[in-house]
Design a protein around this ligand. Sequence first.
Ligand SMILES: C[S@@+](CC[C@H](N)C(=O)[O-])C[C@H]1O[C@@H](n2cnc3c(N)ncnc32)[C@H](O)[C@@H]1O
Length: 222
Amino acid sequence: MPDFKGEQATYYDERITRLVPGYELLHGLTAAQLKILFPDEAIILVVGAGTGKEVTELAKLNSTWSFIAQDVSEDMLAIADQNFTNLGLSHRVKIHCGELTTLAERVDCALCLLVLHFLEDNGEKKALLNQINSVLKPNSPLFLVDLMKPETQFEREAQLVFCRTLGLTEVGQTRMRYNLEHEFYPLDRMRLSELLDECGFNVPHPFFKALGFTGLSCNKRA
Ligand SMILES: C[S@@+](CC[C@H](N)C(=O)[O-])C[C@H]1O[C@@H](n2cnc3c(N)ncnc32)[C@H](O)[C@@H]1O
């Protein structure tokens, strides 16, 4: 997994839109669903909040929502913190660096966008999903966006071709091809559904698909 420290954090915002087809769209679609689901106050947990994209998008949609921005990278959260300050959002955001196990709050909704695919399916994915489940209130939703296993032999190559149209250089494309093989642990749909079930979530519903990148929502079982 990339460590999201130093330069990986500094240049994250300009890199990510070239690496994830539909990055803006997946955030926009997630936000739109939350706007419908939570017309009133809500505490929204953002797992792997990175440089703060989810919080800054969501904060515009409802001024009564508050946020917990969690991540394991101090460097990513430092950039998020600065972004929240610049946008006057700091009073609405609690920044939580480290594991979710130490979180005392119970939340109305959780987002885990572009995070789970970095964890191995050797208990690591399960541990994170179990931790998310344990901080959610009963019946509350989880929105998950993850790189999934390719469903055709040409899907990954097509993804890399499309990234060139997003501005990825040839060198970047070669690096991304290597990283997709070695730094991601994508699941197929069956395994992800099984894992969500094992971790106390109901059947997931897809809401986004851009080649390998897939968005799902599911609810914590009561
Ligand atoms: C690709 S970034 C996604 C950031 C943000 N969600 C977005 O959509 O731009 C992945 C983030 O997940 C974080 N991360 C990796 N493993 C994690 C874990 N076990 N718990 C929480 N965050 C984690 C990384 O530090 C990084 O900030």
